[in-house]
Design a protein around this ligand. Structure first.
Ligand SMILES: *[C@@H]1O[C@H](CO)[C@@H](O)[C@H](O)[C@H]1NC(C)=O
Ligand SMILES: *[C@@H]1O[C@H](CO)[C@@H](O)[C@H](O)[C@H]1NC(C)=O
Ligand SMILES: *[C@@H]1O[C@H](CO)[C@@H](O)[C@H](O)[C@H]1NC(C)=O
Ligand SMILES: *[C@@H]1O[C@H](CO)[C@@H](O)[C@H](O)[C@H]1NC(C)=O
Length: 225
Protein backbone atom coordinates (compact mmCIF):
# COMPACT_ATOMS: atom_id res chain seq x y z
CA UNK A 1 0.00 0.00 0.00
CA UNK A 2 1.29 3.42 -0.87
CA UNK A 3 -0.32 6.21 1.04
CA UNK A 4 -0.63 9.62 -0.48
CA UNK A 5 2.46 11.03 1.11
CA UNK A 6 4.82 8.22 0.35
CA UNK A 7 3.27 8.01 -3.10
CA UNK A 8 4.25 11.58 -3.74
CA UNK A 9 7.65 10.99 -2.32
CA UNK A 10 8.05 8.07 -4.65
CA UNK A 11 6.95 10.10 -7.65
CA UNK A 12 9.38 12.82 -6.74
CA UNK A 13 12.14 10.29 -6.52
CA UNK A 14 11.27 8.87 -9.91
CA UNK A 15 11.12 12.40 -11.25
CA UNK A 16 14.59 13.08 -10.02
CA UNK A 17 15.91 9.84 -11.40
CA UNK A 18 14.32 10.48 -14.76
CA UNK A 19 15.19 14.14 -14.80
CA UNK A 20 18.85 13.67 -14.26
CA UNK A 21 19.21 10.27 -15.74
CA UNK A 22 20.89 9.19 -12.54
CA UNK A 23 20.29 9.14 -8.86
CA UNK A 24 21.23 12.61 -7.86
CA UNK A 25 20.14 13.59 -4.42
CA UNK A 26 18.09 12.45 -1.53
CA UNK A 27 14.68 14.11 -1.35
CA UNK A 28 13.26 14.59 2.11
CA UNK A 29 9.63 15.05 3.01
CA UNK A 30 8.46 18.48 4.11
CA UNK A 31 9.84 21.97 3.87
CA UNK A 32 13.43 22.87 4.66
CA UNK A 33 13.88 22.72 8.42
CA UNK A 34 15.18 25.60 10.48
CA UNK A 35 18.89 25.47 11.04
CA UNK A 36 21.27 27.66 12.96
CA UNK A 37 23.63 29.50 10.64
CA UNK A 38 26.70 31.17 12.12
CA UNK A 39 25.91 34.76 13.17
CA UNK A 40 29.44 35.91 12.79
CA UNK A 41 31.66 34.69 10.04
CA UNK A 42 35.23 35.57 9.24
CA UNK A 43 35.52 35.21 5.48
CA UNK A 44 39.28 35.69 5.46
CA UNK A 45 39.84 32.98 8.00
CA UNK A 46 37.71 30.66 5.91
CA UNK A 47 39.80 31.06 2.74
CA UNK A 48 42.16 28.46 1.37
CA UNK A 49 41.98 24.74 0.94
CA UNK A 50 39.28 22.53 2.39
CA UNK A 51 39.09 18.80 1.82
CA UNK A 52 35.75 17.11 1.51
CA UNK A 53 35.53 14.66 4.36
CA UNK A 54 31.96 13.53 3.79
CA UNK A 55 28.77 14.63 2.18
CA UNK A 56 25.21 13.73 1.45
CA UNK A 57 25.39 11.63 -1.68
CA UNK A 58 24.82 12.71 -5.20
CA UNK A 59 25.60 10.71 -8.25
CA UNK A 60 27.91 13.19 -9.84
CA UNK A 61 30.45 12.56 -7.18
CA UNK A 62 30.29 8.82 -7.20
CA UNK A 63 33.58 7.70 -8.58
CA UNK A 64 35.42 10.78 -7.40
CA UNK A 65 37.87 11.05 -4.62
CA UNK A 66 40.50 13.39 -3.19
CA UNK A 67 37.96 16.17 -3.51
CA UNK A 68 38.96 19.62 -2.35
CA UNK A 69 37.81 23.20 -2.58
CA UNK A 70 39.95 26.31 -2.69
CA UNK A 71 38.42 29.63 -1.72
CA UNK A 72 40.16 32.91 -2.39
CA UNK A 73 39.24 36.58 -2.45
CA UNK A 74 38.20 38.32 -5.64
CA UNK A 75 36.85 41.45 -3.99
CA UNK A 76 35.20 42.30 -0.71
CA UNK A 77 31.96 40.58 -1.59
CA UNK A 78 33.10 37.84 -3.94
CA UNK A 79 35.20 34.74 -3.57
CA UNK A 80 36.71 32.55 -6.20
CA UNK A 81 35.87 28.88 -5.73
CA UNK A 82 37.93 26.12 -7.27
CA UNK A 83 36.78 22.56 -6.76
CA UNK A 84 39.04 19.74 -7.76
CA UNK A 85 39.13 15.99 -7.51
CA UNK A 86 40.13 12.71 -9.07
CA UNK A 87 37.89 10.48 -11.12
CA UNK A 88 38.44 6.98 -9.82
CA UNK A 89 37.47 5.33 -13.06
CA UNK A 90 39.32 7.34 -15.66
CA UNK A 91 42.24 8.56 -13.59
CA UNK A 92 41.95 12.11 -14.86
CA UNK A 93 42.26 15.13 -12.64
CA UNK A 94 39.89 17.98 -13.15
CA UNK A 95 38.64 21.11 -11.52
CA UNK A 96 36.00 23.71 -11.99
CA UNK A 97 36.06 27.37 -11.08
CA UNK A 98 33.15 29.40 -9.84
CA UNK A 99 32.36 32.32 -7.62
CA UNK A 100 30.73 32.78 -4.28
CA UNK A 101 28.89 35.98 -3.46
CA UNK A 102 28.96 36.77 0.21
CA UNK A 103 25.35 37.65 0.94
CA UNK A 104 25.57 37.75 4.70
CA UNK A 105 27.48 36.18 7.56
CA UNK A 106 28.14 32.54 6.63
CA UNK A 107 25.66 32.88 3.77
CA UNK A 108 27.11 32.44 0.31
CA UNK A 109 25.64 32.06 -3.15
CA UNK A 110 27.96 29.78 -5.08
CA UNK A 111 27.64 29.67 -8.84
CA UNK A 112 29.61 27.80 -11.46
CA UNK A 113 27.71 28.57 -14.60
CA UNK A 114 26.62 31.81 -16.25
CA UNK A 115 23.07 32.57 -15.34
CA UNK A 116 23.10 30.76 -12.03
CA UNK A 117 21.36 32.86 -9.45
CA UNK A 118 23.50 34.60 -6.86
CA UNK A 119 20.82 36.39 -4.89
CA UNK A 120 19.78 33.55 -2.61
CA UNK A 121 22.31 31.83 -0.41
CA UNK A 122 22.88 28.20 -1.32
CA UNK A 123 25.92 27.62 0.86
CA UNK A 124 25.33 28.09 4.55
CA UNK A 125 28.06 27.57 7.10
CA UNK A 126 26.54 26.04 10.22
CA UNK A 127 29.82 25.91 12.05
CA UNK A 128 33.55 26.18 11.56
CA UNK A 129 36.61 26.77 13.68
CA UNK A 130 38.41 27.82 10.44
CA UNK A 131 41.36 25.62 11.35
CA UNK A 132 40.06 22.09 11.31
CA UNK A 133 36.45 21.65 10.21
CA UNK A 134 33.51 23.34 8.54
CA UNK A 135 29.93 22.15 8.30
CA UNK A 136 28.18 23.41 5.21
CA UNK A 137 24.52 23.06 4.42
CA UNK A 138 22.16 23.79 1.58
CA UNK A 139 18.47 23.10 1.40
CA UNK A 140 15.90 23.87 -1.26
CA UNK A 141 12.20 23.21 -1.04
CA UNK A 142 11.24 21.58 -4.31
CA UNK A 143 7.54 21.45 -3.52
CA UNK A 144 5.67 22.16 -0.33
CA UNK A 145 6.05 18.48 0.41
CA UNK A 146 9.68 17.87 -0.27
CA UNK A 147 13.10 19.38 0.01
CA UNK A 148 16.56 18.52 -1.12
CA UNK A 149 19.45 18.87 1.24
CA UNK A 150 23.15 18.93 0.73
CA UNK A 151 25.48 18.56 3.64
CA UNK A 152 29.24 18.62 3.64
CA UNK A 153 31.82 18.18 6.31
CA UNK A 154 34.98 19.90 5.13
CA UNK A 155 38.32 19.58 6.84
CA UNK A 156 41.65 21.34 6.62
CA UNK A 157 43.48 18.03 6.71
CA UNK A 158 42.84 15.25 4.27
CA UNK A 159 42.70 12.79 7.08
CA UNK A 160 41.41 14.67 10.12
CA UNK A 161 41.32 13.39 13.67
CA UNK A 162 38.31 11.61 15.09
CA UNK A 163 37.84 14.54 17.48
CA UNK A 164 37.58 16.97 14.62
CA UNK A 165 34.90 14.88 12.97
CA UNK A 166 33.05 14.41 16.22
CA UNK A 167 32.96 18.18 16.67
CA UNK A 168 31.60 18.65 13.16
CA UNK A 169 28.99 15.95 13.63
CA UNK A 170 27.87 17.55 16.86
CA UNK A 171 26.87 20.57 14.82
CA UNK A 172 24.72 18.35 12.62
CA UNK A 173 23.14 16.85 15.74
CA UNK A 174 22.48 20.28 17.19
CA UNK A 175 20.59 21.11 14.02
CA UNK A 176 18.81 17.76 13.93
CA UNK A 177 20.40 17.01 10.59
CA UNK A 178 20.59 13.29 9.99
CA UNK A 179 24.00 11.72 9.58
CA UNK A 180 22.65 8.59 8.00
CA UNK A 181 23.08 9.91 4.48
CA UNK A 182 26.63 11.10 4.96
CA UNK A 183 29.12 9.27 2.79
CA UNK A 184 32.83 9.56 3.43
CA UNK A 185 34.91 10.86 0.57
CA UNK A 186 38.05 8.87 -0.13
CA UNK A 187 41.02 11.02 0.83
CA UNK A 188 43.70 8.36 1.08
CA UNK A 189 46.38 7.76 -1.55
CA UNK A 190 45.69 11.20 -2.89
CA UNK A 191 48.35 13.18 -4.67
CA UNK A 192 49.58 16.13 -2.67
CA UNK A 193 48.64 19.62 -3.65
CA UNK A 194 51.89 21.26 -4.67
CA UNK A 195 53.65 23.82 -2.55
CA UNK A 196 52.12 26.71 -4.43
CA UNK A 197 48.90 24.91 -4.26
CA UNK A 198 48.10 25.40 -7.89
CA UNK A 199 47.92 21.82 -8.94
CA UNK A 200 48.30 18.27 -7.83
CA UNK A 201 51.78 16.85 -7.64
CA UNK A 202 51.63 14.33 -10.40
CA UNK A 203 54.67 12.46 -9.17
CA UNK A 204 52.59 11.32 -6.23
CA UNK A 205 50.27 9.40 -8.46
CA UNK A 206 50.87 5.71 -8.15
CA UNK A 207 49.26 2.94 -10.09
CA UNK A 208 46.41 2.50 -7.68
CA UNK A 209 46.02 6.18 -7.03
CA UNK A 210 45.56 6.96 -10.67
CA UNK A 211 42.20 8.39 -11.14
CA UNK A 212 40.98 11.60 -12.48
CA UNK A 213 40.23 14.75 -10.73
CA UNK A 214 36.81 16.08 -11.02
CA UNK A 215 35.81 19.10 -9.15
CA UNK A 216 32.16 18.91 -9.80
CA UNK A 217 31.03 18.16 -6.31
CA UNK A 218 29.97 21.52 -5.13
CA UNK A 219 29.05 22.81 -8.57
CA UNK A 220 26.75 20.03 -9.51
CA UNK A 221 25.23 19.75 -6.13
CA UNK A 222 24.50 23.40 -5.96
CA UNK A 223 23.41 23.60 -9.51
CA UNK A 224 20.90 20.84 -8.93
CA UNK A 225 19.82 22.09 -5.55
C1 LIG B 1 34.39 47.17 -0.76
O1 LIG B 1 34.28 47.94 0.42
C2 LIG B 1 34.35 49.34 0.23
C3 LIG B 1 34.22 50.03 1.55
O2 LIG B 1 34.68 49.23 2.57
C4 LIG B 1 33.29 49.80 -0.73
O3 LIG B 1 33.43 51.19 -0.99
C5 LIG B 1 33.37 49.04 -2.01
O4 LIG B 1 32.30 49.38 -2.84
C6 LIG B 1 33.33 47.56 -1.74
N1 LIG B 1 33.51 46.87 -2.99
C7 LIG B 1 32.71 45.88 -3.30
C8 LIG B 1 33.02 45.24 -4.61
O5 LIG B 1 31.81 45.45 -2.60
C1 LIG C 1 56.03 27.80 -6.83
O1 LIG C 1 56.14 29.03 -7.50
C2 LIG C 1 57.45 29.49 -7.64
C3 LIG C 1 57.43 30.86 -8.24
O2 LIG C 1 56.42 30.96 -9.20
C4 LIG C 1 58.22 28.50 -8.52
O3 LIG C 1 59.55 28.92 -8.69
C5 LIG C 1 58.19 27.14 -7.86
O4 LIG C 1 58.79 26.21 -8.70
C6 LIG C 1 56.77 26.72 -7.57
N1 LIG C 1 56.77 25.51 -6.81
C7 LIG C 1 56.08 24.45 -7.18
C8 LIG C 1 56.18 23.27 -6.28
O5 LIG C 1 55.40 24.44 -8.19
C1 LIG D 1 44.13 28.42 -4.09
O1 LIG D 1 43.85 29.66 -4.67
C2 LIG D 1 44.86 30.63 -4.47
C3 LIG D 1 44.38 31.92 -5.06
O2 LIG D 1 44.03 31.76 -6.39
C4 LIG D 1 46.13 30.14 -5.15
O3 LIG D 1 47.17 31.07 -4.91
C5 LIG D 1 46.50 28.79 -4.61
O4 LIG D 1 47.60 28.34 -5.31
C6 LIG D 1 45.34 27.84 -4.75
N1 LIG D 1 45.65 26.55 -4.17
C7 LIG D 1 45.35 25.42 -4.79
C8 LIG D 1 45.75 24.17 -4.11
O5 LIG D 1 44.79 25.37 -5.86
C1 LIG E 1 42.47 22.92 -13.47
O1 LIG E 1 42.48 22.09 -14.60
C2 LIG E 1 43.24 22.62 -15.67
C3 LIG E 1 43.10 21.66 -16.82
O2 LIG E 1 41.77 21.48 -17.12
C4 LIG E 1 44.69 22.77 -15.27
O3 LIG E 1 45.40 23.36 -16.30
C5 LIG E 1 44.76 23.63 -14.03
O4 LIG E 1 46.09 23.65 -13.57
C6 LIG E 1 43.88 23.10 -12.96
N1 LIG E 1 43.87 24.01 -11.85
C7 LIG E 1 44.01 23.61 -10.61
C8 LIG E 1 43.92 24.67 -9.58
O5 LIG E 1 44.21 22.46 -10.31
Amino acid sequence: MINQRSGLYFLLLIGLLAGNGVWSQVPFPGQCPQVKIMDEFDVEAYLGIWYEHSKYPFAFEIGKKCIYANYSIIDNSTLSVVNGGINRLTGNPSNITGTAKVLGPARLAVAFYPGQQTTKPNYLVLGTDYESYAVVYSCTSVTSLANIKIVWILTREREPSADTIATAKQILDNNKISQSFLIDTIQSKCPKLDANGTDFGVEDLTEDAIDDFVGTVLPNAIEKA
